[in-house]
Design a protein around this ligand. Structure first.
Ligand code: GLU
Length: 424
């Protein structure tokens, strides 16, 4: 399971999404009617999910599925299991998916789901029951051509397998109803690493734009779940030095570079699935509070929202920030980073590799044909680079940040399709 940080951020996901959208809407001069039409979600579903715990008690969890915009295709976005899940967070993340799918130009809209639960407190059996009950309550609004979930924080390929099974009971076997499935059940080669791979591709492009060479990159990765771990592995493979990583248990730093493979092997072998207790010559522990200020030139926040905020932004030493997580930088922190000339590659772009390969998986399910992993990876690279260049062109054209450039590309595409559909 990806790492989960429990503290509720001071600036909510919804506030961050709102600030980011409004800045871009100002850049393109979008009027208020269009701002409202684009921002308000199409449909919000809230469900109560009772669960018989193995200790004999009965607990009830609150779940959501929010479908933000489906103008460009079926709603698309992950299902998150986290104690921080609430309607506002899911709504913000659903909206971000609308822009993310538009930016990489895959034929989907945006949605997100979640259950307010700490999955680490559940047994595997309980997690399966919770997933099945949640799906049995929301299945009517899902479907390969309606709404296609995927993994997100706290969920994984096994959870997607249970969803395929549960959905199939009512609708017949439909692997294209979710993505991020295990390979044996219609998953795509390369999907698990895809978000991290996209982060790596963006980090290398950003470094190139800043005139930095790969061998001089000193990378810090906050969050060592699926995204952070793959980003660290792949950047390492490319010749960058990963000097720091952290997860819910704290951080590790080694100025000469950490042994990422060794850390992964350690983490996988632990019951707690964290880097807690890891030691190696030269590796020092770093606290959560100090992590953003570690000595590095590339910083990858790959955990939760608001990770870079007013409290720690002034300590950031990196020249390049690549947003592996969704909404990891608060608007005030973003403003200060831009003022200091730090290049921030926004979530919409930087973590879009996951949903891009989700699109490949969905296509493969319809084709009943499996692609080779090399093919998946090279098509992913083409799409990421195309998106990167579109964002950079837009940013240069309007003389704005990469974040504003990314929103401009995305919002223009959504508005164009809404107009073609003739809703107004
Ligand atoms: N949860 C991932 C995201 O936030 C993947 C979504 C998907 O593949 O649908 O982008």
């Amino acid at each position: 399971m990806p790492s989960i940080v429990q503290e509720r951020p001071k600036v909510s996901a919804y506030e961050i999404a709102t600030a980011n959208f409004q800045r871009a809407a100002d850049v393109v001069g979008l009027d208020d009617q269009w701002r409202t039409l684009i921002r308000r979600p199409f449909r919000e579903m809230k469900v109560e999910v009772p669960l018989h715990m193995e200790d004999g008690t009965l607990r009830t969890f609150t779940g959501y599925r929010i479908q933000h915009n489906g103008a460009r295709g079926p709603f698309k976005g992950g299902i998150r299991f986290s104690p921080l899940v609430d309607a506002d967070e899911v709504r913000a993340l659903a909206e971000m998916m609308t822009y993310k799918t538009a930016l990489v130009n895959v034929p989907f809209g945006g949605g997100k789901g979640g259950i307010n639960v700490d999955p680490r407190e559940l047994t595997t059996k309980e997690l399966e029951q919770l997933t099945r009950r949640y799906i049995s309550r929301i299945h009517l609004i899902l479907g390969p051509n309606r709404d296609v979930p995927a993994p997100d924080l706290g969920s994984n390929a096994q959870v997607m397998a249970w969803i395929v099974d549960q959905y199939g009971r009512q609708h017949g076997h439909s692997p294209a109803v979710v993505t991020g499935k295990p390979l044996a059940l219609g998953g795509s080669p390369g999907r698990e690493a895809a978000t991290g791979r996209g982060v790596m591709i963006c980090a290398l492009e950003g470094a190139k734009d800043l005139g930095m060479e790969i061998k001089d990159l000193r990378v810090a990765v906050q969050g060592f779940g699926n995204v952070g771990m793959w980003a660290a592995k792949l950047l390492n493979e490319q010749g960058a030095k990963v000097v720091a990583v952290s997860d819910v248990s704290g951080g590790l730093f080694n100025g000469d570079g950490l042994d990422i493979e060794d850390i992964c092997t350690y983490k996988d072998a632990q019951d707690h699935h964290t880097i807690e207790g890891y030691s190696a010559p030269g590796a020092e522990r770093v606290s959560h509070a100090d992590f953003m200020g570690v000595d590095c030139n590339v910083l990858i926040p790959a955990a939760i929202e608001s990770a870079i905020n007013e409290d720690n932004v002034d300590s950031v030493k990196a020249k390049l920030i690549v947003e592996g997580a969704n909404l990891p930088v608060t608007p005030e922190a973003d403003r200060r980073l831009n003022e200091r000339g730090v290049l921030v590659l926004p979530d919409l772009l930087a973590n879009a590799g996951g949903v891009t390969v989700s699109y490949f998986e969905w296509s493969q399910n319809f084709q009943q044909y499996r692609w080779e992993e090399d093919d998946v990876n090279s098509r992913l690279e083409t799409i990421m680079l195309r998106a990167y260049r579109a964002v950079r062109d837009r940013a240069q054209h309007y003389n704005v940040t990469m974040r504003e450039g990314a929103f401009v590309v995305a919002v223009e595409r959504v508005v164009e399709v809404e107009k073609l559909r003739g809703k107004l």
